[in-house]
Design a protein around this ligand. Sequence first.
Ligand code: I22
Ligand code: ZN
Length: 199
Amino acid sequence: MDHSFSSLIKQQFQEAQTVLTTFLTEEKNTEAIAQAALLMSKALRQGDKVISCGNGGSHCDAMHFAEELTGRFRKDRPALAAIAISDTSHITCTGNDYGFSFIFSRFVEGLGRPGDILLAISTSGNSENILQAARAAREREMKVVALTGNGGGQLAALADVEIRVSHVGHADRIQEVHIKIIHILVLLIEQQVLIPPLI
Ligand SMILES: O=C(CO)[C@@H](O)[C@H](O)[C@H](O)[C@H](O)COP(=O)(O)O
Ligand SMILES: [Zn+2]
């Protein structure tokens, strides 16, 4: 193999490893994940739902999260109420008629109810459509769980629970930790909804 390829590949894995290790070293991160999982489990057990959203790769993460709750993760259990904002007819209509900043908030306005949770995913914490969604959720007395990166951006202040990958750099490195957090959230939710009593 080309030597420069080989060293680039190894360097990419090493950087990813460092970002993950740094995240794991900060105790507040595991606490925030536990807090988010309990909030979501409680909402789901009460018959409320989780609405997730993100842009680009984080859009895929929002869908990945929701499908593991409505579909399946590790256990056979009843379907859970989660939905990613991913309907292209809604997104193109709202984007076209009101602006891209409102593609998520308008969905939250239509479907969000008090007690529901918004999972807002943004590596910069500054995507306007995500900020609008968080504002719309708060107005509806929903709780906001945010997956962020860098310095948390403006989203940090709009979140009830912020889980931040405090890596200042490319979105992809942050997303790689976000997907691990998502899988752990689903794992914990699956445990909590199946094993009474709720803690
Ligand atoms: O997947 C990636 C990068 O890995 C990109 O598609 C990335 O998600 C997009 O640039 C997003 O628009 C970034 O938005 P955000 O994370 O800053 O809210
Ligand atoms: Zn990507």
